[in-house]
Design a protein around this ligand. Structure first.
Ligand code: HEM
Length: 370
């Protein structure tokens, strides 16, 4: 059992580690003295590494190398530019991996979330929403092999953070200490597993988007901020069934998604490479801009169809700093939904992570607005 003093020290850790942006597994330390020492060590510019604590600087380097590797294997029939085999850039796929690990959380059922690294196991690995993410998990296997002390659950989330930052996005707070569920056979007894159907569908509008994200505990402002991640990456016809990138620079994190949502003219896609768009018969209706190079999902256009969402789209288009601040807070919250760091039993509250990063300006606005 942790003493009250030790517990409050844990709460202070994320404030102190803003420089390194990693709350270095403080809950792993099992007594008050060690906890305070650890907190002191990470108040500086780097994290103290012990034999059993992962070297996050090295892990970051290894993930960045994968993102930059032109030979990284990311296959798709879409023949997108970038790394080998047509799937496009690696960074966005790592962000999608982290988000799909986290976005299974249900605040009422209290199951799902990124803790446990449960996407490694069937059936979650085969859930329709996770199509293609096996490529991302495979690319991270050598990092796990070189750093056996990091859990898969932490690695998947850390990779998303590194990908956002490497693409020019905001610094993302990170709390280490997720543990790995041992096997799919534990699912019935382990609340970190979750059923299929928790992730959003791209062919549905505002009420579906709200249902999905309210279930996790997000408000409208946070929903719009999170969806701004679609400035990066693309849809694949052999994964989701949709096609194309949202922006002209899919390897850059920016507020461009919001500008394009508002300024381009979006019409239903009917043809692809001169042939009828097959998505019309496979349940993948989507929209395209006037030159057909960019796409939006129905769920993206929901953000300008609904007036409350749209107000935030306009704000984020006009103010990238506001978007970055809101995104960083909401994304860390997403990453930590339901997590019991090092099995501590201390599940983070839904507003906890944003409060804990100590970014008063961000917290102030996020907590005020629904
Ligand atoms: C209504 C909510 C959302 C819907 C319906 C949605 C749907 C999709 C779909 C259909 C794809 C294409 C997958 C593929 O074919 O490879 C995709 C990709 C992506 N999504 Fe979302 N998404 C949503 C929210 C989010 C959020 C909250 C994030 C992150 C915070 C995110 C990050 C990404 C990224 C980075 C990609 C690109 C992946 C790649 O290039 O491989 N999405 N999303």
């Amino acid at each position: 059992m942790f003493s009250r003093l030790a517990a409050s020290a844990f709460k202070r850790v994320p404030q102190m580690v803003r420089a390194s942006n990693i709350s270095a597994a403080a809950p792993r330390i099992t007594n008050q003295t060690k906890c305070l020492l650890a907190a002191g060590a990470i108040a500086g510019t780097s994290i103290a590494h012990s034999a059993s604590s992962p070297n996050y600087d090295a892990i970051r380097d290894q993930i960045e190398n994968i993102i930059e590797d032109e030979d990284a294997y990311n296959p798709s029939v879409d023949a997108a530019p970038g790394p080998k085999a047509g799937g496009g850039d690696i960074g966005p796929m790592l962000i999608r991996l982290a988000w799909h690990c986290s976005g299974t959380w249900d605040k009422d059922a209290k199951n799902g979330g990124s803790d446990g690294g449960t996407m490694r196991f069937s059936p979650e690995s085969e859930h329709g929403g996770n199509a293609g993410l096996g490529h991302a998990r495979n690319l991270l296997e050598p990092v796990k092999a070189a750093n056996p002390d990091i859990s898969y659950a932490d690695l998947y989330i850390f990779a998303g953070k590194v990908a956002i930052e490497a693409a020019g996005g905001p610094d993302i707070g990170f709390t280490a200490g997720r543990t790995d569920a041992p096997a799919a056979s534990c699912a019935a007894a382990d609340s970190r597993f979750s059923p299929d159907g928790r992730l959003p569908d791209g062919d549905k509008g505002p009420s579906h988007v709200r249902d999905i994200f309210y279930r996790m505990g997000f408000n409208d402002r946070e929903i719009v901020a999170l969806c701004g991640a679609h400035s990066m990456g693309r849809c694949h016809t052999d994964r989701s069934g949709f096609w194309g990138p949202w922006s002209y620079s899919p390897s850059t994190f920016s507020n461009e998604y919001f500008r394009l949502l508002l300024e381009e003219s979006w019409t239903p896609k009917t043809t692809h490479n001169g042939k009828p768009w097959k998505g019309l018969s496979t349940g993948n209706p989507q929209y395209e801009n006037s030159n057909g190079q960019l796409m939006m999902l129905i769920s993206d256009l929901a953000l300008i169809e609904d007036p409350i969402f749209k107000a935030w789209v306009v704000k984020y288009k006009d103010d990238e700093e506001l978007f970055f601040n809101d995104f960083a807070a909401a994304y860390q919250k997403l990453n930590e939904l339901g997590c019991k760091f090092n099995g501590s039993g201390a599940e983070k509250s839904l507003t906890g992570p944003a409060m804990l990063v100590g970014a008063a300006s961000v917290v102030g606005v996020l907590t005020q607005l629904k």
